[in-house]
Design a protein around this ligand. Structure first.
Ligand code: HEC
Length: 174
């Protein structure tokens, strides 16, 4: 049947595209610090990133993200993003997930009904304890995914930058 044959070709084309263009992977080189602004670090593309010094000292935002993640997200995604029986291992997800996708999923949530099970990622776009710290959570998970940051509370951290205090006051108060 001609229609089936065409459908078959379309499916093959999709499969080939997936092979030729795999999801771009994040890694240490891509996450390397290219610029900084008041203790906040950015990669070459301008996305937020982490800084871990040789003695293990992490930047303030990575530490803050550790604390926020482990109070708002760990109940489903497991302590330190290690995953659970019903929510993905975010320390793996962020090996391939671009910054913009992460922000969109956390703000808007996601519902997955495949296989007869309902998997719901709640929307956090109205939760200040999350959205005022979205970049912090992102850089923490990025450090877990590609920066060799071990599980648990980072032993050493930079002091909280003035810019972080100001941003927090205006976001939490506004
Ligand atoms: C009530 C449980 C729950 C909470 C709390 C929760 N999540 Fe999720 N999250 C899920 C589930 C379930 C999925 C998978 C949804 C799907 O299959 O599409 C998910 C998916 C995600 C994804 C996509 C992962 C991937 O591999 O595609 C990201 C990113 C994410 N969550 C981040 C967060 C962050 C950050 C927080 C804390 C601010 C958080 N989640 C809190 C349940 C939760």
């Amino acid at each position: 049947m001609p229609v089936r044959f065409r459908d078959c070709l379309v499916a093959m084309a999709f499969a080939l595209t997936a092979i030729v263009y795999p999801a771009s992977a994040d890694d240490k080189a891509a996450a390397a610090v290219a610029s900084s602004d008041n203790g906040k670090f950015f990669d070459a593309e301008g996305s937020p990133t982490f800084q871990i010094k040789e003695d293990g000292t992490v930047d303030w935002y990575t530490y803050s993200g550790y604390r926020r993640f482990n109070s708002e997200c760990n109940v489903c995604h497991g302590a330190d993003g290690a995953g659970s029986s019903f929510a993905p291992v975010l320390a793996d997800s962020l090996k391939t997930m671009p910054y913009g996708d992460f922000i969109a999923i956390v703000a808007e949530g996601r519902k997955n009904m495949t296989g007869g099970k309902e998997n719901v990622m709640p929307a956090f776009g109205n939760n200040k304890n999350v959205y005022c710290y979205l970049d912090d959570i992102y850089v923490y998970l990025r450090a877990r995914a590609v920066g060799d940051l071990p599980r648990g509370r980072p032993a050493k951290k930079e002091d909280k930058p003035e810019a972080a205090k100001e941003q927090e006051t205006s976001c939490m108060g506004g």
